[in-house]
Design a protein. Structure first.
Length: 89
């Protein structure tokens, strides 16, 4: 643990699925928004153009995740991952 702290926490996560989840959400949103389902609840308080802005922002985030996912790890990062997967004997 860190000095002066009783506990330590380490979180390792794999976020490879984030782009797919965003794409699924965008697909469902598109189907609902095409029919303007539930939109009237929100347009009482905001402009409908905000839906399009939010959709574009989510699409940009999904594209960013897909671009990162398509990249190959550096040799140094790959060596570290290999050590984590198969520890030395």
């Amino acid at each position: 643990p860190p000095v002066g702290q009783p506990h330590a926490c380490l979180a390792l996560s794999n976020n490879c699925i984030t782009a797919r989840v965003l794409r699924d959400l965008l697909s469902r949103f598109g189907r609902l928004y095409k029919r303007k389902a539930h939109a009237h609840h929100f347009t009482e308080y905001m402009e409908s153009s905000r839906f399009d802005e939010a959709k574009e922002a989510a699409e940009a985030v999904a594209q960013d995740y897909e671009a990162v996912q398509a990249q190959q790890p550096s040799e140094h990062a790959q060596n570290i991952m290999d050590q984590l997967i198969t520890p030395p004997a």
